[in-house]
Design a protein around this ligand. Structure first.
Ligand code: 9WN
Length: 446
């Protein structure tokens, strides 16, 4: 059953109200209670949402985030902006980023890791949505932000890829998809994991069965302790640190983001050097992903640098070639077939034909637990965007329609149970509202 145009318009208004409710003026809380600060990739999606309401506000969101960029170019995963009345664990004391000379100076306080670089995709969307009268101002603001975006991509293409493989090395499960089973074996290999006493705040708000376990948290926090010990220095981390993963999803987002920066190069009046470099990173990223494509499963596989082994699990990340808009037609067709197989969207028991975070065919699959099974709207937004750009507009439109139906039934949840559509995690999640605004605009304009 599909919802009517009127219901869609109402959904759009409700999505706008969620963003406005989480708006802190110049930045937006990722969610009202569970995530009260500014998160990196959340902010990028949120900016896309704001662009439908106010392009200036959309730019401000990103400018605020980039104000906390490290001197290495890294955009931190959290900028701690909420006051002490809105606690989040682990907070800035746990990260103690002042140990690094690259961290921004107080009062700015951040974490010392990063998240997938969706930001350039957001800037391109903002520009597409900018009304003619606002173009001079927004163009100037994009020009001002562009060097920061290039230096962010440079950080990922160099410090996070000293091998020059085209694949980004993730340092921590919190670099995007926290308790994905992709990390299980690598986390299990960590010998000591005694981070000291701590109290989780997340499970006081959300059922523990929908969140990572204490075993996971012990390791997450132990790893933060090591990063702190190495003063967040990439070379030191590469030398000593136990958790280094070539993350195919992160790498695919970087490929798409490099293409977006190239699309913006004229607007930003980028120099020839930047353009050449972006094109080189883009090609290297594509080649890197091709190198981890497994023809047998039709999926891309992550690689554990320390263990020297591939991570063979069926998760959404395996569709990295689609997320990177692969230029290889045969690879694209294989991926489209696997995408709609019973292992993913085509599972006959699924309520909607959407991409789950982990395949129901995996032993690790848990339909109500965070990144171990549920459907995440932002992942389906990235897939939708890619499919459109790859010319698969019919399948893309189905993903958009099903996603909107899911959100209409489940109210801007953080993630959804794939069989029942039950809303899970944090309610009123900003990025769910933001992608709803973007998806709804396609209806209202058609
Ligand atoms: C840790 C804010 C963030 C998202 C992540 C998601 C979740 C945090 C947490 O929430 O992670 O960063 O405390 O669980 O996994 O992707 O950016 O929405």
């Amino acid at each position: 059953m599909s919802v009517t145009a009127d219901t869609r318009a109402m959904l759009r208004d409700r999505a706008a109200a969620v963003l406005q409710g989480n708006d802190a003026g110049t930045w937006t809380k990722a969610s009202p209670h569970l995530y009260p600060h500014q998160w990196s990739w959340d902010s990028a999606f949120i900016a896309i949402g704001w662009a439908h309401l106010d392009v200036r506000r959309a730019m401000t969101e990103l400018e605020q985030l980039f104000a906390a960029q490290w001197s290495t170019g890294m955009v931190p995963h959290i900028v701690f902006r909420a006051g002490p009345d809105q606690p989040y664990f682990p907070g800035p004391e746990w990260w103690d980023c002042a140990v690094s000379p690259a961290a921004p100076t107080p009062p700015l306080r951040t974490t010392g890791i990063c998240q997938p670089p969706v930001h350039a995709l957001a800037v391109r969307r903002i520009w597409q949505l900018t009304p003619p009268a606002d173009r001079p101002e927004i163009r100037a603001r994009i020009q001002a932000l562009y060097p920061g975006l290039v230096s962010w991509h440079r950080y990922l293409a160099t410090n996070r890829d000293p091998e020059g493989s085209g694949l980004v090395t993730a340092y921590h499960p919190w670099e995007g998809t926290d308790n994905s089973p992709r990390w299980d074996r690598s986390l299990a290999r960590i010998e000591v994991a005694e981070p000291g006493p701590y109290t989780r705040l997340d499970t006081a708000q959300i059922g523990a069965s929908q969140r990572p376990t204490d075993w996971d948290y012990d390791r997450y926090l132990w790893l933060v302790g090591l990063l702190r010990k190495y003063r967040y220095d990439d070379a030191e981390i590469y030398r000593h640190y136990p958790f280094l993963i070539k993350d195919v999803f992160f790498s695919a987002v970087l490929v798409a983001a490099n293409a977006a920066l190239l699309d913006l190069a004229d607007i930003a009046e980028a120099g020839a050097d930047d353009r050449e470099q972006l094109a080189r990173w883009l090609e290297r990223g594509r080649a890197g992903l091709t190198g981890c494509f497994d023809a047998e499963s039709g999926l891309c596989v992550d690689y554990d640098v320390r263990a020297g082994e591939q991570i063979r699990l069926r998760t959404f990340a395996g569709f990295a070639p689609l997320f990177a808009r692969t230029a290889d037609g045969a690879q694209r067709d294989t991926q489209l077939r696997v995408l709609d197989s019973a292992d993913f969207c085509g599972n006959p028991r699924f309520r909607w034909r959407l991409l789950p975070s982990t395949s129901p065919a995996e032993q690790a699959f848990q339909p109500r637990n965070y990144w171990r099974g549920p459907v995440w709207p932002i992942i389906n937004w990235l897939l939708w965007q890619s499919l459109r750009e790859l010319g698969c507009s019919v399948r893309a439109d189905e993903i958009r329609g099903d996603s909107l139906d899911q959100i209409a039934a489940g109210e801007f949840a953080e993630y959804f149970e794939p069989f029942t559509g039950e809303p899970l995690g944090s309610p009123e999640q900003s990025w769910t509202a933001a992608v709803t605004l973007d998806w709804s605009a396609q209806d209202l304009s058609s």
